[in-house]
Design a protein around this ligand. Sequence first.
Ligand code: COA
Length: 255
Amino acid sequence: MTENVTISRAGGIQEIAFNRPEKKNALTRHMYAAVVDALRSGDADPAVRVTILTGVGDIFTSGNDIKDFQVRAASNATSAASPFLDALSTLEKPLIGAVNGAAIGVGTTMLAHCDLVVAARSARFVMPFTSLGLVPEAGSSLLFPQLLGNQRASALLLLGEPMTAEQGLQWGFVNQVVDDADLMETARGLARRMAALPPGAIRQTKKLIRHGAPDTTARIAEELELFRARLQSPEAGEAFAAFVEKRKPDFSRFD
Ligand code: COA
């Protein structure tokens, strides 16, 4: 295990698990770096055919660590998520999301870059960017309207409404919903099928399916620019302080 991320490789399948259950698998700078290393080295290693992303415990991930957001806002540090989004959106080998419990913020947006998503019945997808004074990231402002239509995407991205596992299935965001106990075996079954197929054909097919990638890359960059500015906004400052102080945020003074 490196920095709260568990990585294993066997039989052509790499498994990456967010492993910080005491903080609901909130993603720190170090965790992003560990995942980027695993994704990049998996792409370069012929022994890896496919990667599964999952979370340890009762949650996939609660998204970016909010205390890290506060540190970044104060120091103007570079985005730790940026190399992660770059690795995700340019990955050549297939990626399978295996979602247990809540997937919040980047926890949901990263799944739009997965080739297959399996959800446990406990899964729910939430993107509370606006309530944190932020804007969407990971290309989600482009990918979600494309995938779900403008109205559903607006409910998820403007209001932060949760999407259940069943809704995800009906709306085409999720391939399969299974009992929680069957989640990993289902994901591994799909991964084994993928790993047995000709790897060159798989990589080229993935590239064709992700043909909109140049648009996505540009949108990721545009979102990151706005996101960086929003992190330092008084609205975000109030939202982060409220989270840390375990109180309701008050946005009434902002115009
Ligand atoms: N960043 C930093 N810490 C987080 C976190 C996050 N994104 N999500 C959870 N934690 C921490 C909590 O502060 C708490 O820490 P503490 O024990 O030191 O007080 C611990 O993880 C457990 O979380 P808690 O809120 O008590 O668990 P819960 O089961 O009641 O709720 C969540 C779980 C995920 C619904 C809730 O923690 C939450 O909403 N987290 C924030 C999600 C978010 O807004 N992410 C950013 C998206 S851009």
